[in-house]
Design a protein around this ligand. Structure first.
Ligand SMILES: Cc1cc2nc3c(=O)[nH]c(=O)nc-3n(C[C@H](O)[C@H](O)[C@H](O)COP(=O)(O)OP(=O)(O)OC[C@H]3O[C@@H](n4cnc5c(N)ncnc54)[C@H](O)[C@@H]3O)c2cc1C
Length: 257
């Protein structure tokens, strides 16, 4: 059989369009495909929720590929190691309370679990705005990342979501838009974004989990975004809090129906 370039082209366009159309209305839209977003996607998809991750970069995985300073090993604590066991990511004990895993194996394997559970990943798409009705975020405004990179004058499209997770890491990009463009008060002590503080691994890991919650009607925060929103410290290259935060946010959304 001779391969036909036009058939290949049609197949790509049709299959991608099917996927995107199916995700124009989702139960949960996750902004950011780092460790927190990927783990949340897995646990939500596993219970049958329709989940889409929008990731602005070409690759998913966020900051996890590079471990610490591009030494591609991640360190987790015992509670998070149980999560890596569940994903079949191999870990090695370093000393009591510290386990290491290969960052590449961790990202690729967790992503595989999330997509096989049914989560859809849309890479190279940036979330640039939200839709609000009666004080609640009801969806996202999306565009191709190269549009914003090149400053092209191209209008975006929209996605309806019953809930949204800001898993954009340090950037807290969804929350920044909400703060800048809406009258919604965030569920932080100041009512606004509090910004991330200097490194303190132990405290930050605990606060990441505590701060993983609904931050305004329709929007949850997870991972580094949760710390940045609530004024928690950064934690350095330990990833247990990110993984556990992804699990917690999925549990909160499932519990809230
Ligand atoms: C350059 C760099 C340096 C870092 N240094 C530290 C450090 O010193 N200490 C520390 O604690 N943590 C640091 N981190 C973060 C660290 O990698 C995290 O601890 C961990 O990766 C955070 O996981 P996360 O899932 O919360 O977010 P991330 O892994 O950061 O993933 C967030 C994802 O969201 C995507 N995204 C952002 N905005 C949008 C948008 N508008 N639309 C769609 N997608 C979007 C990003 O492309 C990214 O893939 C650093 C991250 C980076 C990138």
């Amino acid at each position: 059989m001779e391969l036909n370039e036009i058939t290949i082209t049609k197949a790509i366009i049709e299959r991608f369009s099917e996927k995107l159309i199916a995700c124009t209305e989702v139960d949960t839209a996750i902004v950011g495909g780092g460790p927190a977003g990927l783990v949340a996607a897995y646990f939500l998809a596993k219970v049958g929720k329709k989940v889409a991750i929008f990731e602005k970069k070409l690759s998913i995985g966020g900051g996890m590929w590079g471990g610490g300073m591009m030494f591609n090993e991640i360190i987790v604590q015992p509670e998070a190691r149980e999560l890596l066991d569940l994903f079949d990511v191999r870990t090695r004990k370093y000393e009591a309370g510290y386990y290491s895993a290969d960052a590449i194996e961790a990202v690729s394997t967790i992503c595989s679990y999330a997509t096989k559970a049914g989560a859809r990943v849309f890479n190279c798409i940036t979330v640039e705005d939200v839709m609000i009705r009666e004080g609640r975020v009801i969806g996202l405004v999306i565009n191709w990342t190269p549009v914003s990179m090149t400053g092209l004058h191209v209008d975006p499209l929209t996605i309806a979501a019953k809930s949204t997770i800001d898993a954009t890491g340090h950037a807290t990009e969804v929350l920044r838009v909400i703060e800048r463009k809406t009258d919604i008060r965030l569920n932080t002590p100041s009512g606004a974004l509090m910004g991330e503080r200097s490194m303190w691994a132990d405290r930050a890991e605990r606060l990441t989990l505590e701060n993983t919650r609904e931050i305004c009607p329709g929007v949850y925060v997870a991972g580094m975004s949760a710390n940045a929103a609530f004024g928690g410290p950064r934690m350095g290259p330990i990833f247990g809090g990110m993984l556990l935060s992804g699990k917690k946010v999925a549990e909160l959304i499932i519990a809230n129906g």
